[in-house]
Write a protein that binds this ligand. Structure first.
Ligand SMILES: *[C@@H]1O[C@H](CO)[C@@H](O)[C@H](O)[C@H]1NC(C)=O
Ligand SMILES: *[C@@H]1O[C@H](CO)[C@@H](O)[C@H](O)[C@H]1NC(C)=O
Ligand SMILES: *[C@@H]1O[C@H](CO)[C@@H](O)[C@H](O)[C@H]1NC(C)=O
Ligand SMILES: *[C@@H]1O[C@H](CO)[C@@H](O)[C@H](O)[C@H]1NC(C)=O
Length: 417
């Protein structure tokens, strides 16, 4: 057997070991989570392999529940195959990570190179880097940075009261959007426990954008003292930092809201029919992981430079995975840990909902389309119609004024449709 053959043999085995290790870590966390189940939320069947795992005397690779390992291994491999080996920065970086996994390294992305030396090397890999839009350049330069401190924190958000959080509304906002946040608080984002299902709301914020942005820090701190629903991290709140925001939110969830049953991640300018969302979630048999919203299938990068979603060809080549539109989507809370774990092996992508789709693909969980999510809005004639809204789960976008009006209308018991 030549050295090449030996290498070939070693590679998949090391990848298996690496994925097995990863799975173990995720499992351990998972078991901790599921151990805290209460009766009102019985352990979903898709988590119930935990018992066989715990009782296994020697938790070796073979003792792992087959569902997890096979699925995880297979889906990571699948993701690998779906990322074209092209001369593009992201593709290249991701294949480097896969190779690291092959070699039995933990495959944690080397985001120690957050800035400073090494950044120039990065830039030199992209021929037309100087032609990239300014924000894009920033994204590439800082795409290795994942650690930012929390400036405003809500450590007891999820543990307040006696009822475990059923639905966490995690709303992406920006420091200046005071009116949008207030209209959310006064309407669909109001906290409470209708029917015993506790709903809690957090707004996810970075800091004011850049040197020329107004300093809103004190105002936001004041707002947080009044309402206790702001999470603010010390990074610039820009469109291309939304993937970072998602990642930091997952870290926060793992630490402070582990027991949450469902997470709705949405924008602050969506209209959410919270009662209907609760009806829907309450009706689900908690037997499988949920990732649902308006599904974008067969999408690929925008190559129009002026578009907000522009992706240079020297940056990424290939199709997008099916993903749920970022205006608003829902996933099972216990998946937060898996997403966080797998995202340590997937390079940040500038478009946050595409990135989430990649992570779910790596977990082997496809998005499930739900017609109640309308992230591209609905027919113009229906945009003020409470009856139409009372049948939807989420629609994008509505102004604070429209939100207040629509909410009043759809929650009016006299509404006849
Ligand atoms: C993981 O995937 C690789 C490549 O497809 C395969 O060789 C290996 O047997 C798989 N391992 C498990 C435990 O399924
Ligand atoms: C990967 O990085 C995380 C965060 O730095 C660390 O906690 C973890 O131990 C690393 N994984 C391994 C297998 O070393
Ligand atoms: C907890 O849930 C019960 C119904 O199961 C409800 O009556 C009660 O108001 C809730 N408590 C809080 C603090 O939300
Ligand atoms: C993201 O935030 C970091 C930290 O504030 C900043 O250095 C970087 O330029 C931001 N990235 C983008 C694309 O705005």
């Amino acid at each position: 057997m030549g050295p090449n053959a030996a290498r070939k043999l070693r590679a998949p085995r090391c990848l298996t070991v690496a994925t097995a290790l990863l799975t173990l870590v995720a499992l351990k966390a998972y078991i901790e989570w599921t151990a805290e189940q209460d009766e009102r939320f019985p352990t979903p069947r898709w988590m119930s392999w935990q018992s066989s795992f715990i009782t296994a005397a020697q938790p070796s690779t073979n003792a792992l529940p087959p569902f997890v390992l096979q699925n995880f291994n297979a889906s990571l491999q699948q993701l690998r195959q779906s990322v074209p080996r092209a001369k593009a920065y992201w593709n290249d970086k991701q294949h480097q990570i896969f190779r690291a996994l092959d070699q039995g390294l933990d495959g944690n992305i080397s985001w120690s190179k957050c800035s400073g030396p090494g950044t120039e090397e990065k830039v030199s890999k992209i021929q037309d880097f100087s032609l990239y839009p300014e924000l894009y350049k920033n994204f590439v330069l800082y795409d290795g940075c994942r650690d930012f401190p929390l400036l405003i924190h809500q450590p007891s958000k999820c543990s307040r009261g006696t009822n475990r959080t059923f639905l966490l509304l995690a709303i992406k906002s920006r420091p200046g959007n005071f009116a949008a946040r207030q209209s959310v608080r006064d309407t669909w984002g109001r906290e409470g426990a209708p029917g015993g299902l506790a709903v809690r709301t957090v707004f996810l914020l970075g800091t004011g954008s850049g040197r020329y942005g107004p300093r809103l820090q004190h105002l936001v701190e004041y707002e947080s003292q009044s309402f206790g629903d702001i999470l603010m991290w010390d990074f610039e709140d820009t469109f291309f930092n939304l993937t970072l925001k998602d990642y930091l939110f997952l870290s926060w969830t793992l630490e402070h809201c582990q027991e949450v049953r469902y997470i709705l991640k949405g924008d602050d300018d969506v209209f959410i029919n919270t009662p209907k969302v609760l009806d829907y979630l309450g009706s689900l048999e908690a037997h499988k992981p949920l990732y649902t919203g308006q599904v974008m299938a067969n999408a690929s990068p925008f190559r129009v430079r002026k578009s907000k979603y522009y992706v240079p060809e020297s940056y990424y080549v290939g199709p997008y995975p099916a993903y749920a539109g970022g205006g608003g989507y829902i996933f099972s809370g216990p998946l937060a840990r898996w997403l966080h774990q797998v995202s340590r092996h997937i390079a940040f992508y500038p478009i946050d909902d595409v990135y989430t789709g990649l992570c779910f693909q790596a977990l082997g969980i496809p998005p499930e389309a739900h017609p109640g999510f309308q992230t591209f809005d609905i027919a113009e004639k229906d945009r003020e119609d409470p009856c139409v809204h009372s049948k939807l789960l989420l629609v994008h976008r509505r102004s604070p004024e429209q939100t207040l009006r629509l909410w009043k209308q759809i929650t009016n018991p006299d509404l006849k449709c």
